[in-house]
Design a protein around this ligand. Sequence first.
Ligand code: HEM
Length: 412
Amino acid sequence: MATLSPAAGLDVPLSAIDVSDATLYATDSWRPVFARLRAEAPVHFQPNSPFGPYWSVSRHADIMAVEARPDIFSSSHEFGGITILDLFDEFNLPQFIAMDRPKHSEQRRVVAPAFGPSEIARMAVEVRRRTQELLDSLPVGSEFYWVDQVSIELTTQMLAILFDYPWEKRRDLTLWSDWGGDIEAAINPATNLIRHQHMLDMTHALDALMAERKAKPPNGDLISAMAHSEAMGDMPFKERTGNYILLIVGGNDTTRNSMSGLVQAFNRFDSEWARLEADASLIPNAVSELIRWQTPLAHMRRTALADAEIAGVPVKQGDKIVLWYISGNRDEEVFPDAERFDVGRANARRHLSFGFGVHRCVGARLAELQLSVLIEELLARRLFPRQTGPAEYVPQAFVHGFRKLPVVLERH
Ligand code: HEM
């Protein structure tokens, strides 16, 4: 098992803390370090990380305050992108999560209706049918790996439904998402070419789908909405690739890791499952609490466009500002007994896992739908996923989740 590097831990001067250290996440030991930052240095500067100098914003209120000022704290890819890792040159693709107004708003407006109430209601029928089929195919009483057989499979199915993508080819989406989201593979010369080929395959396949949808009247699915729009119907090549990656990766790791977090949360706090068995009306709140507790993306990053202050601390034009959702979601000022997973938590919906402000996750309702349906269908079958061994975590500071999670389905 990896050991914590000295700069990550607690027994170091405040100035040496580096929460970008992957071992914090690989070993699931990030909680006390962020608690210390929130208490002692809620806006904290680390000058010497492997990702270069960056500010950490760790309190709930301060994260919201930064996100509420997009004209000062930019998301634009022109300044290196939306994660702690700066991306430049050929790795830095335009995509609307990494754009500022006005272009961000124009493209978001095209995509948003595909996640509106009527589309969600339409997709709900299909999401439920596919979830039922999957659960009915799983072994009861013998061990299997939840991440691959449930989290990845259901998330892939959800994206195939959203895109109206050919069903039998749906694991293409998983492959492209895994390579598209793997930035280390992009900057490693040994894997860069393989990733590049996958991204070309993805762009060609989705281009073909766009052309097919453009030739037909609009039908409400996401690809059709893009194909028929002025803002996204005729994008240059790099922008098409960037936005395809966004829509595939954005929904994939995130929803996948909420489903895996479900297992860990209900196993660590197993009285909470009994509460849902007794009262199904708690499910929507349980979904919000799950997304808070797991926080599938540990952070988002902004770049200061001018000298400014965050909670009274001066930052300079050009500084990298990292908003640690994983910490804001544990802020005791907002969530008392924050480490506790409580399906009845009164303000669970105030979590920051979907971000806040103009970039707040456009797919939030679809993710919530998929998670609600999964819980409802487990309960309907009186099945509970019992964790049977240690989890293997994703060893990085952006995607916060699981590689492996052994379970046995128990009949309750
Ligand atoms: C944006 C998290 C599911 C598509 C975001 C942001 C976060 C996030 C943190 C950036 C917010 C900000 O900068 O303020 C999540 C989580 C999910 C999830 C935790 C699941 C639990 C999905 C799904 C889709 C999706 C299912 C659909 C494919 C997007 C897109 C954006 C986005 C397109 C860019 C929005 C914009 O820039 O205006 N998401 N997401 N997400 N998400 Fe999600």
